[in-house]
Unconditional design. Sequence first.
Length: 268
Amino acid sequence: MKEKHDYERARRYGMVIDLDKCTGCGACMVGCYMENNVPFKPDETNKLDSINWIRVYKLNNGKPYPETEICYLPMPCMQCDGVDLHGHSPCVSVCPAVATDYDDDTGIVSQIYTRCFGCRYCMAACPYHARKFNWWDPVWPADMKKALSPDVSPRMRGVVEKCSFCFHRYQLARNKAYFENRQNEPLGEDDYQTACAQACPTGTITFGDLNNKAHAVHQLKTSPNAFRLLERLGTNPKVYYLTAKNWVRRQGDNYLTDEEPGKLKQKR
C-alpha cells in the first residue's frame, strides 16, 4: 500500500498575488508566452480558441461613476491540492489517460501532452477554466523560431495544455543544486521562480514554497487580506490573492455574508 504523503512537510509551490498592486499591464502573460512556447494566431480577437496559461481578468464593483472601482485579477492554474488535501485535483481525478498527474514532491499538477488524446474531461472538471484545448497546429514566423525555449516542448493540435508553474525551471534548479552539492538542501527562493513572477513590473506575483518559512509566500498566505478563488469547493488551490477590497473577495468566492464582509464564512 502506498504510504500516505505528508503534505505539511512536503514542498508545496504556490503563488500569492496582490491584486491591489496589479495594473493589468499583461506583462505576466507576455512572459508566459515567451517562456513556455505558447502558440498564438495572427488574429487573436477570437478568444474562444486562443491559448494562454495565465489570463488577466478585469473586475469592477458594479457601481456607476464616480463610485466605480476596477481590479485586475491574474489567473494561472490553481495547482489544486484536492479535497481534504488528498492529492487529487478535479482534473487529475477525471483524466482517463493519466495525462495529468499530481506531483507529491512539489504539489504541481503536471500535463503530459503525449498521453493526452483530447477528451477534454479535465477542462470540464476544472472550476477555474485554467485549461486550454489546442485546436490548431502551432505556427511561428521564421524569425520567432529562434526565440523558442529549448526546455519546453511545443504542443501539437488536439491536446490540452495549461500552466505548469514553469516546472522545467524547477528541474533546472534541482540539476544545478546537484552539481553544486546542494541536493539535500531545500531550494532557495531565488533558485526557482516562474516567468510571470519575474516579468511583473509591480511585484504583484510572489512565488515560492508555501511550506517553507524562509519563503515570502509562507507569511503572505496568512495575511487577513488573503483569500482563494471558489474556496467553498474544497479544491485547496495553491494560488492565494491579497486585497483590502471586500467586494473583490465577494466576487472571488460568492458566499461571504453581508454581516461579516471581511471573513470567509459560508452561509448555512
